[in-house]
Design a protein around this ligand. Structure first.
Ligand code: N01
Length: 541
């Protein structure tokens, strides 16, 4: 596999240096010997973890040491995770360590936005152009642009006239933000809002939370991770890794209990135990089918609502906090004292369903029933998730067709990684892949391994181009949506469905069965790449 590198020409260009991009750089460069250049608009590695540095930001899934790379046992052995629910700063420090340890920084160009990425059919090459006007070409374009990157900004009348500090949680300043003595308005109660509100309330004079949808949130029960515990994981690492691959990204066997085998009282005792355990156990470890069986789901949902009722003292506030969608069908949130925060005197809640925002002034939010003076606004309003960052990059494929045109009504792709009309382009954590439904670092490793098998196949056969077909895309769309349609997920307006962004096509954006998905990738490679067409290499002619 020849390595080409002439300063501006590479075998592969990678966009992004978060978990996905960093691993792709290491794998393609160090394991395959390709010439690779990565670009990132940020000033450092980390992707999501570079940007989302709002107070309280932590991993919102089973965390240390499993929300991490698995490819290097040395790395597993040497990194000391501190807590079970890793804080943003510690994830970022880990990624900086990885970049340093594997000598990745020399091949990443930071503070560089890619303003254009265009495929040339004659040369079978991608050309990227940066905002500074530099150009580079490569045979392969790897888009590791992040599933949660493009900020979803509300467009309330007058919001641009607000004169105080305003920060989106996904674009949090690097300099410390002080809430001391301030009246802070927070819009949004997803993971970012629910993680940050208790922290902001500690020092702010007053926090007014503007809530559109009340949320289920489970106690994270974050705790220090003991050295013996970490040592045990290291000892069993190979088995744990295998288990992660088989079990949706997490190593622990989940319970296969059937709810109908238990009395309501026994089920309730199990919910109590799992609530005390914390994390996402209530959702994944109580009974089979919580996200499928409407009655069972309602029972678990009511259990959580009762917990909220028991925690929140003011009955009116408690009423407004009652979630009414199917439990677990929006991203599950793990909190550290969120509902308890409403018992503080300096926190109040506005239910935007009853009292919608009408406009902003320079110093307040006017809702239908009142005016809320604020001197700082925190927008915890989420992201144009999964598809948004690819659309922002907007690569131009065959015939110069832009992705924004191709994806104007549906995010067609095959295997969540390839797009018809966009040869030799690979997405990591793209729409239709397990992404956030799997452990993202491990998912990135396995998707990159599959990219390797594509490249090796091309080189072994003297081929220049691999490209999927529209027929394969249609089949894939059907497959991932029929998996989702077996569950309660599509019934809820969530970012999984694209429902959080006005006008976004409604489509389930992930593959719910991660292990099955990765088996499928292997199968496709072993069966000669079903669903793909190839072109001979023009440079070999
Ligand atoms: O965003 P969200 P997030 N007016 O979309 C509301 C990951 N994450 O940044 O529910 C008023 O979940 C919106 O209301 P609704 C994690 O996977 C990871 O919190 O759409 N409100 C919702 O309440 C997570 O799921 C970590 O009705 C508006 C909130 O804003 C994902 O990122 C930490 C509004 C947005 O919630 C996104 O989480 C944090 C409007 N115009 C997040 N527009 C870690 O692991 C939106 N909302 C560290």
């Amino acid at each position: 596999m020849a390595s080409e590198h002439s300063g501006t020409h590479f075998d592969a260009i990678i966009i992004g240096s978060g978990f996905g991009g960093l691993y792709a750089l290491h794998h393609l460069r160090d394991k395959m010997g390709l010439s690779v250049r990565a670009f990132d608009g940020a000033a450092g590695v980390g992707g999501t973890w570079w940007y989302n540095r709002y107070p309280g930001a932590r991993v919102d899934a089973p965390s240390s040491p499993f929300y991490a790379y698995t490819f290097s046992k040395e790395l597993v052995d040497e990194w000391e995770w501190k807590e079970t629910q890793t804080a943003q700063g510690d994830v970022l420090a880990y990624l900086e360590h990885v970049a340093d340890r594997f000598d990745l920084l020399k091949d990443i160009q930071f503070e560089t936005w890619i303003s254009d990425a265009r495929y040339d059919e004659a040369s079978q090459m991608w050309t990227i152009e940066t905002e500074q006007g530099e150009r580079a070409t490569a045979r392969f374009l790897i888009c590791a642009v992040g599933a949660l990157f493009v900020a979803n900004m509300p467009d309330y009348p007058g919001i641009e006239d607000f004169a105080g500090e305003c920060h989106h949680t996904g674009r949090w300043p690097h300099d410390p933000v002080s809430f001391e003595g301030k009246h802070v308005g927070v819009i949004g109660t997803g993971s970012s809002g629910i993680q940050s509100i208790p922290q902001i309330a500690k020092t702010a004079a007053h926090v007014t939370v503007f809530q559109r949808t009340p949320q289920y949130s489970l106690p994270a029960r974050n705790r220090p991770i003991a050295p013996e515990e970490l040592a045990g994981y290291r000892e069993d690492w190979d088995d744990l890794r295998m288990s992660m691959c088989k079990r949706g990204g997490w190593p622990f066997k989940t319970n296969r209990r059937r709810a109908s085998d238990y009395t309501p009282e026994d089920r309730h005792a199990i919910y109590e135990e799992l609530w005390e355990t914390g994390g996402i156990h209530l959702a994944i470890n109580s009974f089979v089918g919580v996200l499928v069986d409407e009655d069972l789901n309602e029972e678990v949902g009511e259990f959580v609502r009762n917990k909220i009722r028991a925690i929140v003292q003011d009955p009116e506030t408690s009423r407004k906090l009652m979630p009414d969608y199917h439990f677990g069908t929006k991203r599950l949130i793990l909190d550290n004292g969120y509902f308890e925060t409403y018992n503080r005197d300096n926190v109040s809640l506005v239910d935007l369903r009853e009292d919608p925002i009408q406009e902003f002034t320079s110093s307040s939010v006017r809702t239908k029933h009142g005016e809320h003076p604020i001197d700082m606004l925190v927008l915890a309003t989420g992201f144009d998730a999964v598809s948004g960052s690819m659309l922002k990059l907007n690569p131009k494929g065959r015939g110069g067709v832009s992705l924004q045109d191709k994806w104007s009504t549906r995010f067609d792709n095959y295997l969540g990684m390839t797009i018809a009309g966009y040869p030799n382009l690979f997405m990591i954590h793209g729409p239709g892949s397990p992404g956030v439904f799997f452990t993202m670092p491990l998912g990135a490793e396995r998707q990159t391994a599959w990219i390797e098998s594509c490249i090796r196949h091309l080189d072994a056969e003297g081929l220049g181009v691999i490209e999927t077909t529209q027929a394969a895309e249609a089949d894939w769309d059907h497959e991932i949506n029929s998996i989702a349609d077996h569950t309660l997920y599509p019934r809820t307006n969530s970012w999984y469905m694209g429902a959080n962004v006005p006008g976004k096509p409604r489509q389930f954006l992930g593959h719910l069965r991660g292990s099955q998905y990765f088996d499928r990738l292997t199968e496709v490679a072993e069966n000669g790449f079903d669903g793909f067409v190839f072109e001979k290499s023009t440079s070999a002619d």
